[in-house]
Design a protein around this ligand. Structure first.
Ligand SMILES: [Zn+2]
Length: 474
């Protein structure tokens, strides 16, 4: 680094703690109450007004922050979810693009009795409720980091904060906004994304890769209507078994390995090395962090293998089903059809459209018993793999992680998808990325009992502030 920083990191840290306590926790508490489902889970989102309420909450809080030069605008393209854009002037040079989202995953079942998705509960270090960790804290933490730099003698580059409202639907609205705002966003040197995971709550975690995704509905229909299973079984094949036969073309049922070549890529050597250090840091929690039933075992053994399996391996999950009644009303019927939602994760460098096309081919070729078989794909997303880390950022991350967490940072791939990062990687191939977040063990962003771990969120905010300051001395 060329010049020493004037940032007073000690008072910054204390100030960040207090803005979290006095401002952000109360804001997040209100935000959790809003059922701001992503459009995919609330097709009536415009009428229900919940996304709008979340947008207005963030807008109002942001407008009131005493940040020099801050401009807040809600941009609205017709027929799309709104986007909050904030611009904060700074030192000359490339801008920093900070990203987060305020739309939420659906409720999910299985919340602890005294908890619920729209019921904020503060318990020790944790604030429970849907959307606090994924990703409602992002706009608050982003602005707090900028304000912290300004208040404590530091400098920051020009910052553009983009908060979208369609991320959990695969960010369908975002590309149009990026194009629309391209001139105002300008040249980006650093992307800070606060929507990612953490292997534990003891250090700063920096995401090195994200998986892509492909999804769609697979439907098998054999009868025009249901018939008595005692009468017809033996002659009429079960639609469920036909579905299994088709799934077996895609996935090895014994191992879970996907059978189509285009779903596999070569894992870069550096990522394999990083997986080994991550496995060391995480120990057993590479698998024990998941709520396995007693005595159940993971499908992949060995820490480094597990780290790579959730970040670089392609996988299939069945996430929904149609055509099957609940057990309580299931009669002796050969049902006419069975449909399932296929949800694939792809390695960071696989191509989602090629994978989707290959799936179509494999599913459509010669249907068993000439049944009606269809696959309706959804829009997928490519993953993302970071370009090599530059030294100023590595130094800044290391120093700030040690200062605030008391341990050096860790670099890890993530299993989830943030479609926007793939887009940004293509648009700004030379930019550096700090993709981080508070989605650590048990935070359970898409399941029940989601929580944000507040000490981690505070330390993360302080680290981001220091990285902004360091970026002016890159
Ligand atoms: Zn998210």
């Amino acid at each position: 680094m060329s010049n020493p920083s004037n940032l007073d990191t000690q008072s910054l840290s204390a100030w960040v703690d207090s803005i979290w306590e006095d401002e952000i926790v109360p804001q997040l508490t209100d935000y959790i109450r809003i059922p701001a489902l992503s459009p995919l889970f609330d097709s009536e989102w415009e009428e229900s007004g919940h996304l709008e309420a979340a947008v207005q909450q963030v807008e109002a809080w942001s407008q009131a922050r005493p940040i020099a030069g801050l401009e807040v605008e809600v941009v609205r393209l017709p027929g799309r979810t709104p986007l909050i854009m904030m611009e904060i002037p700074g030192e000359p040079g490339d801008s920093v693009l900070m990203y987060g989202h305020i739309d939420k995953q659906p409720e999910m079942k299985g919340w602890r009795e005294d908890l619920g998705p729209w019921k904020p509960v503060l318990e020790g270090d944790k604030l429970y409720g849907r959307g606090g960790a994924d990703d409602g804290y992002a706009p608050f933490a982003s602005l707090a980091a900028i304000e912290a730099v300004q208040k404590h003698g530091g400098k920051h580059p020009r910052c553009v904060v983009l908060i979208e409202a369609s991320e959990e639907s695969g960010s369908p609205d975002l590309p149009a906004y990026i194009e629309h705002l391209s001139g105002r966003i300008g040249q980006v040197g650093l992307v800070v994304c606060l929507d990612s995971g953490a292997g534990d709550y003891d250090r700063l975690w920096s995401t090195t890769s994200l998986r892509g995704m492909v999804a769609g509905d697979l439907k098998v229909k054999i009868l025009r209507e249901g018939v008595h299973s005692g009468d017809a079984s033996g002659i009429v094949p079960s639609s469920f078994r036909i579905l299994r036969m088709i799934l077996d073309r895609i996935e090895d049922p014994q191992t879970g390995r996907l059978l189509l070549d285009c779903f596999h890529v070569e894992v870069p050597e550096e990522r394999t090395r990083q997986a080994e250090s991550v496995a060391q840091v995480m120990g057993e929690s590479t698998w024990s962090q998941y709520p396995f039933v007693e005595n159940a075992e993971p499908m992949t053994v060995g820490g480094p293998n597990q780290v790579l399996a959730r970040t670089w391996a392609p996988t299939l999950s069945i996430t929904g089903v149609d055509g099957l009644p609940p057990l309580s009303t299931a009669g002796n019927v050969l049902r006419p059809s069975t449909s399932v939602k296929l949800s694939f994760r792809l390695p960071p460098t696989a191509d989602w459209s090629e994978c989707t096309q290959k799936l179509q081919e494999v599913i459509r070729e010669s249907a068993p018993y000439s049944a009606e078989v269809s696959f309706t794909p959804e829009k997928g997303a490519n993953g993302w793999n970071a370009s090599p880390l530059v030294s100023w950022l590595e130094t800044a991350l290391t120093e700030s992680s040690i200062r605030h967490f008391g341990a050096p940072p860790a670099w890890m791939g993530e299993g989830g998808t943030i479609p926007f990062m793939g887009m940004l990687g293509d648009k700004f191939p030379d930019a550096q990325f700090l993709i981080t977040g508070v989605l650590g063990p048990h935070s359970n962003a898409h399941g029940p009992n989601e929580f944000i771990h507040l000490p981690t969120a505070k330390k993360l905010t302080a680290c981001v502030a220091e990285v902004l300051d360091a970026a002016t001395r890159a």
